[in-house]
Design a protein around this ligand. Structure first.
Ligand SMILES: [Zn+2]
Ligand SMILES: [Zn+2]
Length: 142
């Protein structure tokens, strides 16, 4: 057995993070490595599904603000924080509309259009104009 593997087992037996031996917050990892494992897992899933787990709540431990004590899901609280900070409430990116970055404004518009039977388009919506601007820039470059 590789030495590394033995150390891992020892850490595990002692209730320590199997990567670094720090105190655990999940079954096998410390906070840092639990978050790292979660990211890896997300990548493996192709970012399609958000994993709502213990580590989601642990992620919040690092944040301590007026929203932390609220009885809301972690994602909802992040929304409120992003909103407060003037960021996209979905991803925390730079705003293109009042509440969303360009990507999420477009995603939201698409979702809305599907809901409205996709008959009417609001061609003057800010996100349309931003997209057009971006397209123009691309053409100029080429
Ligand atoms: Zn660790
Ligand atoms: Zn976004």
């Amino acid at each position: 057995m590789a030495r590394q593997r033995k150390t891992q087992l020892r850490y595990k037996r002692d209730g320590k993070c199997v990567v670094c031996g720090q105190p655990v917050v999940t079954k096998t990892y410390c906070l840092k490595h639990a978050l790292g494992a979660r990211e890896r897992e997300r990548k493996r899933m192709g970012f399609k599904r958000r994993i709502r787990s213990l580590t989601d709540r642990i992620g919040e431990k690092e944040i301590n603000d007026e929203f932390t004590p609220l009885p809301l899901p972690y994602s909802k609280k992040m929304e409120l924080r992003y909103k407060r900070d003037g960021k996209c409430i979905r991803c925390g990116g730079a705003l293109a509309t009042k509440r969303y970055c360009l990507k999420h404004a477009e995603a939201r518009r698409e979702a809305q259009r599907r809901r409205n039977g996709s008959k009417r388009r609001n061609n003057n919506a800010l996100s349309y104009r931003s997209a057009a601007k971006r397209a123009r820039r691309k053409t100029q470059k080429a």
